[in-house]
Design a protein around this ligand. Structure first.
Ligand code: GUN
Ligand code: FE
Length: 433
C-alpha cells in the first residue's frame, strides 16, 4: 500500500494514449491510464493497478492524450509579421520586414501586448516548451522571460546579439552586447527560475568575431546552451564565406568561437550543409531545427531530412515564426512530410523513403523534448507534458491512431481541451489581451 502522503502527489489520467518512444511507430494504449507522480510519468497501463483504485481519475475517455509539442526554433517578436513578405528571399526579407518589426520591441507597451499574445498563441496550439529568439533589447527580453514564467509554459529564451550589418535601430556595440547579455543571465536566474537562458548570436553575418568570442566565453562560464541559424540560404552562405575566408565552413565559424557546446546547441535550418559540416554537427550532437514551412516561404531550399537522419543527425521539427507563418506544430509536421515527399520525387533523390507520420511526430515531441531533459514521451521518468485532444465523432469508426492522423492534418487549437506541463494543468496565460 502507498502511504497517504504519496497519494496526494499522484495523478491518474485516462484516455486514448499515443506517443513515440521510438520513431518507427506510435505506441498506443486505447482507453488506458497514465500514472503520474510529482509531475513525472510512472507508467502507462491498460489496467489500473489495485493500489490506485481509490484515487480520483482525470477521465478523458474518448479523447486522445499525446505529449505536448516542443518548438526548438521560434522568433517571439516576429509574431506580428508572420505571413508577410514571402515574395522575398532571406536577406531582403530580414531588411524589409524582420529588422523593422524587431526594432518595435524597444517599446514596453508593444512588448507587453505582443509577447502576451505570442504566449497565448503558443499555449493555444499546444507548444508547451520552446526555444525562442527575443530581440537585442535586454529589458524587453527580460519581460518575455517574466511573462513566460507567469504563463506556466517552459521555454528557454535568448537575447539576440547583433553588432554588425544591421540598421541603426537594431544594432549594439560589442561591449554593450556582451555586458547586457551577462546582466540578463544573472538577473533572469533570480527573477525567472523556470525559464532557461540561451546564448543567441543572430547568425554569423550579424556578429563580429569579438562578439562571437565573448558569447562563447559566456556560454562556457555559465554553462549555457547556444542557438543560431546555419546554412539556410545560398546568398547567406556566400556572405559568411566572404566574411570569414580563413575558416573552411559556416558551421566551423560557430565552432571556432566556442558557440557549439556538445549536446546543447540548436542550429536552425541546416538546408545546405556540406559533408564536413555534417560530421561536425554529428560530433557535437547538435539539435538541427528543421523549418520546412519557413524554407518554403523564403525559397531557401528543402532540407534532405532522410539523408541526414540516416547519417545520424538529431533533427527536430520547428516553426521559425515569423518566416514560418503559423506556430502550429501539427502543420509543421505535415509540411515536413510534404517537403520530404517532394524531394523523394526528384530524380536525384529517387528511391529515398519519404518521412513517415510517426517519425515526424517523434521529431516534434521526443526529439525536440530531449533538449529540455526527459520530455516528449510517456516513458517512465518523463515529465508529464501532455495535450488532451477531442475530435468530432466520425462516420467511420477510426482507431486512435487514425484520429491522431486527422487531428495532425486537419485539427487546430479548438481540438485541444487540456494542456499539462510537468504534471500541472496550464490555463490560457493572459485572457485580457
Ligand atoms: N537568419 C538570421 N536572422 C534570421 C531570422 O530572423 N529568420 C530567419 N528565418 N533566418 C534568419
Ligand atoms: Fe529563424
Amino acid at each position: 500500500d502507498i502511504p497517504a502522503a504519496a497519494h496526494a502527489a499522484i495523478r491518474i489520467i485516462k484516455g486514448d494514449i499515443l506517443h513515440t518512444p521510438t520513431p518507427d511507430a506510435f505506441e498506443v494504449c486505447e482507453d488506458g491510464y497514465i500514472i503520474v507522480a510529482n509531475g513525472t510519468v510512472q507508467q502507462v497501463t491498460s489496467n489500473l493497478p489495485s493500489e490506485y483504485a481509490d484515487l480520483p481519475v482525470s477521465d478523458y475517455s474518448g479523447s486522445l492524450i499525446i505529449p505536448g509539442f516542443n518548438d526548438l526554433h521560434i522568433h517571439a517578436p516576429q509574431y506580428p509579421i508572420a505571413g508577410l513578405g514571402f515574395d522575398y528571399e532571406l536577406l531582403p526579407w530580414l531588411e524589409r520586414y524582420t529588422f523593422p518589426a524587431e526594432a518595435n520591441f524597444a517599446d514596453p507597451e508593444i512588448t507587453q501586448r505582443w509577447y502576451k499574445r505570442f504566449l497565448n498563441k503558443l499555449w493555444s496550439v499546444g507548444t508547451l516548451r520552446f526555444s525562442a529568439f527575443a530581440t537585442l533589447h535586454a529589458g524587453s527580453t527580460l519581460e518575455l522571460m517574466r511573462l513566460s514564467q507567469q504563463s506556466g509554459l517552459r521555454p528557454v529564451i535568448g537575447k539576440v546579439n547583433m553588432d554588425r550589418n544591421a540598421p541603426e535601430s537594431l544594432i549594439e556595440s560589442t561591449d554593450d552586447s556582451l555586458a547586457t547579455t551577462q546582466e540578463l543571465i544573472e538577473e533572469s536566474r533570480e527573477l525567472t527560475p523556470d525559464i532557461g537562458f540561451i546564448i543567441t548570436p543572430r547568425f554569423v553575418p550579424s556578429t563580429t568575431p569579438e562578439l562571437m568570442q565573448g558569447l562563447g566565453e559566456l556560454a562556457e562560464h555559465y554553462d549555457l546552451p547556444v542557438q543560431s541559424h546555419l546554412d539556410e540560404n545560398l546568398g547567406e552562405i556566400d556572405w559568411v564565406r566572404e566574411l570569414h575566408p580563413d575558416i573552411p565552413s559556416y558551421a566551423e565559424v560557430y565552432e571556432h568561437y566556442g558557440l557549439m557546446p556538445e549536446g546543447r546547441t540548436i542550429m536552425a535550418h541546416c538546408v545546405h550543409t556540406s559533408e564536413r559540416e555534417r560530421a561536425l554537427l554529428k560530433a557535437r550532437r547538435v539539435y538541427l531545427a528543421h523549418c520546412a514551412q519557413s524554407n518554403m516561404n523564403l525559397t531557401s531550399g528543402i532540407m534532405p531530412v532522410r539523408r541526414d537522419l540516416d547519417y545520424g543527425l538529431n533533427i527536430s521539427i520547428a516553426s521559425d515564426v515569423g518566416a514560418g507563418h503559423v506556430p502550429d506544430i501539427n502543420h509543421h509536421i505535415v509540411q515536413s512530410i510534404e517537403a520530404s515527399k517532394m524531394l523523394s520525387m526528384l530524380p536525384e533523390h529517387q528511391g529515398e523513403r519519404p518521412l513517415r507520420l510517426p517519425e515526424a511526430f517523434a521529431m516534434a515531441t521526443k526529439a525536440s523534448g530531449a533538449f529540455f531533459g526527459r520530455v516528449g514521451s510517456f516513458e517512465p521518468g518523463y515529465d508529464f507534458d501532455a495535450l488532451v485532444i477531442r475530435e468530432d465523432d466520425n462516420p467511420l469508426s477510426l482507431s486512435p491512431q487514425e484520429r491522431l492522423e486527422r487531428y495532425i492534418y486537419t485539427g487546430d487549437d479548438r481540438s485541444i481541451t487540456h494542456r499539462f506541463v510537468a504534471g500541472r494543468e496550464i490555463a490560457l496565460p493572459f485572457p485580457e489581451v
